[in-house]
Design a protein around this ligand. Structure first.
Ligand SMILES: [Zn+2]
Length: 131
């Protein structure tokens, strides 16, 4: 997957520039356009537990249809790499996480489920240069 394409799609996602990893883990919540307010209120609650949620600024309408709203859940760096244990391997089926980070991330997902959009999808993607 081409990182620039994903970066454009996900809005304000920043590269983990000083990392030795050549790939970045991005966790994205996608919800219908009319759920934007609920997603933003969940984002504020997630910020209160010390994580960052960047919602995308997208055109409200594109080709006559509402555009789904996306939010990226990250640490202060702007991606989710900091949640991972140092020996996490992106070829593995599951990724080792630092236990306190995993707990905060689980809390964040609970907040989205409880207070956020009535309907959403959650994606975790490795993006970047695999070569
Ligand atoms: Zn990263």
């Amino acid at each position: 997957m081409d990182f620039l394409a994903v970066q454009a799609e996900a809005g304000d996602v920043q590269l983990h520039a000083d990392s030795v990893l050549s790939m970045c883990l991005i966790i994205t919540v996608t919800a219908p356009a009319d759920e934007q307010e609920r997603l933003q209120s969940a984002a504020q609650k997630i910020a209160a537990i010390g994580l960052r949620v960047q919602t995308t600024h997208q055109p409200r309408w594109r080709w006559g249809r509402a555009v789904p709203v996306r939010a990226v859940i990250s640490d202060e760096v702007g991606c989710a790499c900091g949640f991972l244990d140092d020996d996490a391997d992106w070829d593995a089926a599951t990724w080792a996480m630092q236990s306190n980070a995993a707990e905060r991330l689980a809390q964040a997902i609970e907040i989205v489920a409880a207070d956020g959009p009535s309907e959403f999808s959650l994606e975790a993607l490795w993006v970047g240069d695999n070569g």
